[in-house]
Design a protein around this ligand. Structure first.
Ligand code: PMP
Length: 424
C-alpha cells in the first residue's frame, strides 16, 4: 500500500513490522558490499588468455619493438580498434597507461599550471575557477576538482543528458567556468546516454575559449542490451560547432579487460594533443606498449571487443535483473522509491523519498551491508535532497546480491516510515 496515503497509526504498525524484519536482518550477521562498480572475478576470467600474451612476439604490426622505450602516442593498432569504438579518428587518439582517471587528473593540473592549448593565461592565474557537474555523477570526477580547489556547480541530469538550458545560462554569465564533467554513455550512476541534440548544444553554446568538456566515455561499449549506441563523432561535431578544442574524449579498458591493468585513451583535437603530449613527455618516455600489444592481440579488431562485451553482458544481465526484480517486488507498492532500469553501464541509481537516503545507508551499514557513502554522487558529497543511493550490482555473487538487496529494501522501507512519521 502507498505509504503516503497512510495514517500515522497505520504507518506505526508497518514500522513495527519492519523493525522486527530489520532486527532479524541484523541478527543474520551479514558482511556484504554494494559500494564500488568493480568487475566480478568471472568477468576478469574472460580476459585470462591475455595473461600469456604477447608471448615471444613482442613486435606490433609495424615492427615496433614493444619492449623498448618510446612511442608516446601508443600503438597505432590499438588506436584504430578503440578509435572506432569511441568515435574518434585514430590520428586524434592517444593510447596511454592503465587509468583514464589519471589522464583527467593530468589534464586538470596541466590546465591549472600551464593553461589550456592556445591560452596565454593559466587556469590558476584566473582566480577561482569552476566546473559544471551534472549530478548525480561520478564521485572520483568530483574528487579531482575538489582536490584542486575548483568550485563545483551541480547541474541537473535529464533523461537525455545534462540540462543544457541551465548549462548555457551559467556559461553565458560566468567566464570563470572552465570545465564540465560528462559521462555521455550509460552515465555513472544514472545510466543516461546523452542525445545527439544535447551533445550538439553542449558543443555549440557560448563559453570561455579555455572551457573544456571532459567527455568521459568510460561505458561506451558496456551494454546490457543487444548493442551499444553508435558513438557520436564528438570531435568532428565540436569542430563543426566552431569549438574544435572544447572536448577531451576519455576511455579505458578497465571494465573490459583487467580493471587494474587495462589501457586508457585520450581523444582530442591536434592542438590539444600536441599540448598534452608536450606536458606528458616531462612525466614519461612512453606508455606500457607490451600491455597495449597484449590488448591488440587479444581483441584483433573492434568486433572482437564487441563480442567480448557480449560475454560480460551475459554475466551482468542476471545480476541487474535480480536487483530490479527485488526493488519492484519490495518497493513498488509503497511508492517510497524510484530507480533506473539502465541499458548499460555499471550502476542502478535509487532515489528514496527526500530525507531518507542517509538513514537508509546507515541502517544498511548497521546490518552489515555496505552501500556507497551518503552524498557520493554529488559535488562536496552534498545530496541536496538526501535521496540518491548508487547501487553497484556487478561484483557480488548473485545469491549474495539478492540477500543484500532484500536487506536494502527493508532499510529503505524502515527509513521511509521514520521520515514520514516525523513529517506527520
Ligand atoms: N570514469 C568513470 C565514469 C568511471 O565510472 C570509472 C570507473 N568506475 C572511471 C572513469 C575510471 O576509469 P579508469 O580505471 O580508466 O581510471
Amino acid at each position: 500500500m502507498n505509504f503516503h496515503s497512510m495514517s500515522p497509526d497505520q504507518l506505526r504498525e508497518i514500522a513495527d513490522d519492519l523493525t522486527k524484519q530489520y532486527e532479524r536482518l541484523q541478527a543474520a550477521g551479514l558482511k556484504l558490499d554494494l559500494t564500488r562498480g568493480k568487475p566480478a572475478p568471472e568477468q576478469l576470467d574472460l580476459s585470462n588468455d591475455m595473461l600469456s600474451l604477447p608471448g615471444d612476439d613482442y613486435r606490433d604490426s609495424t615492427g615496433v619493438d614493444c619492449r623498448n622505450y618510446g612511442g608516446l602516442t601508443g600503438l597505432a593498432d590499438l588506436r584504430t580498434i578503440f578509435g572506432e569504438l569511441l568515435g574518434v579518428a585514430p590520428a586524434n587518439l592517444l593510447s596511454l597507461g592503465n587509468s583514464s582517471l589519471e589522464i583527467m587528473h593530468d589534464l586538470t593540473v596541466f590546465g591549472l599550471l600551464h593553461g589550456t592549448a592556445g591560452s596565454s593565461t593559466t587556469w590558476a592565474a584566473q582566480g577561482p575557477i569552476k566546473f559544471l557537474c551534472p549530478s548525480p555523477g561520478y564521485d572520483r570526477h568530483f574528487a579531482i576538482t575538489e582536490a584542486y580547489g575548483i568550485e563545483m556547480i551541480p547541474v541537473p541530469m535529464l533523461p537525455d543528458g545534462p540540462d543544457t538550458e541551465v548549462c548555457a545560462e551559467l556559461l553565458a554569465a560566468d567566464p570563470s567556468i572552465k570545465g564540465m564533467w560528462a559521462v555521455p554513455t550509460y552515465s555513472n550512476p544514472t545510466g543516461v546516454t546523452f542525445s545527439e541534440e544535447t551533445t550538439r548544444r553542449l558543443l555549440e553554446m557560448p563559453a570561455a575559449d579555455d572551457f573544456r568538456i571532459y567527455w568521459d566515455n568510460a561505458y561506451a561499449v558496456h551494454t546490457l542490451v543487444d548493442a551499444a549506441p553508435t558513438p557520436l563523432p564528438v570531435l568532428e561535431m565540436a569542430a563543426r560547432a566552431g569549438h574544435p578544442d572544447r572536448v577531451y574524449v576519455l576511455g579505458s579498458t578497465s571494465k573490459i579487460t583487467f580493471a587494474g591493468a587495462g589501457v586508457s585513451f585520450l581523444g582530442a583535437s591536434q592542438a590539444n594533443l600536441d599540448w598534452f603530449s608536450k606536458h606528458l613527455s616531462v612525466t614519461t618516455i612512453g606508455p606500457d606498449k607490451l600491455n597495449q600489444l597484449r590488448h591488440v592481440k587479444f581483441f584483433g579488431d573492434a568486433d572482437g571487443v564487441r563480442a567480448h562485451m557480449a560475454r560480460h553482458r551475459d554475466i551482468l544481465v542476471p545480476k541487474f535483473r535480480a536487483v530490479l526484480d527485488i526493488l519492484e517486488a519490495r518497493l513498488a507498492e509503497s511508492k517510497v522509491a524510484s530507480w533506473t532500469d539502465p541499458e548499460g553501464g555499471y550502476f542502478i541509481s535509487l532515489d528514496v523519498i527526500d530525507g531518507a537516503a542517509a538513514r537508509t545507508i546507515e541502517l544498511a551499514k548497521n546490518a552489515g551491508i555496505a552501500l556507497t557513502a551518503y552524498g557520493s554522487t554529488f559535488p562536496y558529497k552534498r545530496d541536496p535532497h538526501d535521496r540518491n543511493i548508487r547501487l553497484a550490482p556487478t561484483f557480488p555473487q548473485i545469491d549474495e546480491l539478492k540477500v543484500a538487496m532484500d536487506g536494502v529494501a527493508t532499510c529503505v522501507l524502515l527509513a521511509s516510515t521514520e521520515v514520514l512519521l516525523e513529517s506527520h
